[in-house]
Design a protein around this ligand. Structure first.
Ligand code: TXA
Ligand code: MG
Length: 338
């Protein structure tokens, strides 16, 4: 049977059926495709970790259809959560809150990350199955997040089903904010800008940038270990901020003049990713928009195309400074980490 199905009534029914049977299913959100599982089924959640080769210390985001359902999963729903949910849900924002005591852990110690996605297919699926869905990005751990159904199948060849909703509108994962602390702390920059969040809740604590002394790094030797005891989890606030992430197969280098660097390279071995017109002979050039929203929407697809072209090295133009490019700089920096 075809594993990529249209997100029509029949497709939604089949997906919901799988989820109720504690299997998994990929579905589109406005950010990236997620690999969904009944959030409180140990069996379904284990299948997510297995399929993704995701280390067990990295917790999952739970997706629900309404803010009221989100609140029911929380032990406390602080004022910042209420304000942010009112303004930005459904949308690309995940809130980390204290988990209701009756719920099993999802990899986090006492907290849970929750969001209400804005994609009509994601919302229809949540309603159809009637379950809170844990859904990490539907890619193999550390590789590029999928923004099309085809990306999902290629990254997770054993996925049982993908609901096809076309290309994701935003193309960058949700912004993750910890509202258990005051002021709230940014854990992962993402599709919702810091400016929009600050306008609603005031100042934010920023996590230390990677590369500083407070670098959030993967614990030695734990990559891909599914049987990792919880006690060995890394001392980081958002475990998914492990340094290398979102990485293409090719080596990615962030540079300020890719065309000059590419000169003289063997044809076909080097690709360029840029938002500035760049002419380089014999080199695959991905020229993306100079508008950060449009650039973000196409970034992962462009990295997939560069991998498909078989280049060994991607020379990525340094993105501009400023908040609007924060999430893109974060993803490119992680993609370039060794
Ligand atoms: O846009 C998105 O957020 C997508 C779509 C599918 O919704 N999902 C996604 O999930 O990007 P994932 O698993 O690839 O990234 C989740 C991030 C990780 O950095 C993880 O460490 C962090 O959220 N996270 C999840 N639960 C957490 C918790 N309880 N405390 C701190 N960070 C948490
Ligand atoms: Mg991910």
């Amino acid at each position: 049977m075809n594993r990529v199905v249209a997100a029509d009534a029949a497709g939604l029914r089949r997906a919901a059926e799988l989820l109720r049977q504690e299997s998994v299913c990929a579905f589109p959100t406005e950010t990236v495709y997620g690999l969904g599982a009944h959030a409180f089924s140990a069996r379904a959640v284990a299948a997510v970790y297995r399929l993704k080769h995701r280390p067990s210390w990295n917790p999952l985001i739970v997706h629900v259809a309404t803010a009221a359902e989100a609140e029911a999963l929380a032990h406390e729903w602080p004022p910042a959560a209420r304000l942010l949910a009112e303004h930005f849900w459904p949308g690309p924002l995940s809130l980390v809150v204290e988990r209701a005591h009756h719920l099993p852990a999802l990899g986090g110690p006492s907290t849970v990350a929750i969001r209400v996605p804005a994609h009509p297919v994601a919302l229809a699926l949540l309603r159809e199955c009637g379950l809170p869905l844990a859904a990490p990005s539907a890619n193999r751990s550390e590789s590029i997040s999928p923004t099309t159904a085809d990306h999902v199948i290629r990254s997770l060849p054993d996925v049982p089903l993908v609901l096809d909703g076309g290309a994701c509108r935003l193309g960058i994962e949700s912004t993750v904010v910890d509202v258990t602390v005051s002021p709230p702390r940014l854990l992962r920059p993402g599709a919702l800008s810091l400016r929009a969040i600050r306008d609603v809740v005031g100042p934010l604590q920023l996590s230390r940038p990677s590369g500083s002394s407070g670098q959030l790094s993967r614990p030695a030797g734990s990559s891909g270990q599914l049987s990792h005891p919880a006690g060995d989890a890394p001392e980081v606030r958002s475990p998914g901020l492990a340094h290398r992430h979102y990485a293409p197969r090719a080596r990615l280098l962030l540079v300020d003049d890719p065309a000059t660097l590419a000169e003289g390279s063997d044809p076909g071995t080097v690709g360029i990713l840029t938002h500035l017109p760049a002419a380089a002979e014999g080199v695959h050039v991905e020229l993306l928009s100079a508008d950060p929203l449009e650039y973000g929407a196409d970034l992962y697809a462009a990295l997939h195309r560069l991998d498909d072209a078989g280049v060994a090295t991607i020379l990525a133009q340094d993105p501009p400074p400023g908040d609007d490019w924060l999430a893109i700089r974060d993803r490119l920096t992680r993609a370039s980490a060794q």
